[in-house]
Structures are given as structure tokens and as C-alpha cells.
Design a protein around this ligand. Sequence first.
Ligand code: PNS
Length: 175
Amino acid sequence: MSRIGPHAIYPGSFDPPTNGHLDVIRRAAVVFPRLTVAVVANPQKQGPMFTLDERADMMREAVADLANVAVETFAGLLADYVRGQRADVIVKGLRVVSDFESEMAMAHFNRALSGVETVCLMADAAFSFISSRMVKEAYLLGGDVTSFVPVSVARWLNVREAVETDAAKGPPLQR
Ligand code: PNS
């Protein structure tokens, strides 16, 4: 792909993608001419609910209308990945002040390892309470989370629910 201006990488677990992630992506795609959403293969958090391919597919569908946004996956160190991509900047979203502490440490770390700067966008206040963790927890306890996630994700959650319901019913009766 040709390079006219900075290439930004927006990394995350996206398990699953939320409306908050999509808000950051849409705004970052205005600021940066090229944006790669990088879905991490091995989140530190225990046991992702969705596989890497599922998370990447849900994200691809959600950003399909954004011509300058690509979705990739990566495993290992973010600093190595951004250097390999010859990216200029890492993008993160900050929802609340407590996000800042860990993001600041990661920004220092990533710059020390790769020389790449981190730019943080402030999450829209409307999305400041939404996290993948809360969405998962509410969903697993039977809550309706469709207003917190993109349509592509809501559809996956419905499919998953249907599969799980069928599995719970057991095999069809043999007559
Ligand atoms: O959506 P998340 O889980 O909050 O995103 C965290 C993520 C994926 C950005 C962070 O865990 C990460 O960069 N992981 C890759 C491994 C790595 O480079 N770790 C050191 C970060 S300083």
C-alpha cells in the first residue's frame, strides 16, 4: 500500500469488539490516512471468548465501510509488530483516568522498545463505561448487550447463543 502520511496501528484483544472500539477507530481513521486494527492473538487475559479469527472477522465486518482501515492479527510483542509494519504511531483509547496509568506505562515501554510513539484518543463519554469484559460478563449472564456492540458482533453473539442452546438441548431424538 502506498504511504502518504503516518500509518497508525490500533492494537487490542477485541474480545469482542465494542461500540467504544469502533468510535476510536472511526475517529482515528479521520486523523491518520492509514490505520491498521491489530487483533492480538494471545491476550494476557485468560481464555478469550472468541477465537482470533472470529475476533478479526467481526472487526473486519464492522469497519468494512472505512476505506483506509485494515484489520490484521498478530502474536508476540507489539513493539516488534509495529516495527515490522514500519508503522509510525500506536493509537489507544482512554475511557477513564484509571486507563491512563497502564496506557502511560505501555506507551513508555513500547517507545523504548520500538521508537514508536503512542497517541491516545479520549473515548466519547457515551462509551466510557463500555468494556469487552463487561459485555462478555453481561452476555454470559443473559443480559441484552446489543446496544453496546456493532451489528456484526451482535449477530455473532446470537449465532453463538443459538448453537449453545441447541447443544444444551442435546442431540435430536432418534425415532
Ligand atoms: O484490548 P486490550 O487487551 O486492552 O489490549 C492490550 C494490548 C493487546 C494492546 C496489549 O496487551 C499488548 O500490546 N499486547 C501485546 C504483547 C506486548 O507487546 N506486551 C507488552 C506491552 S507494553
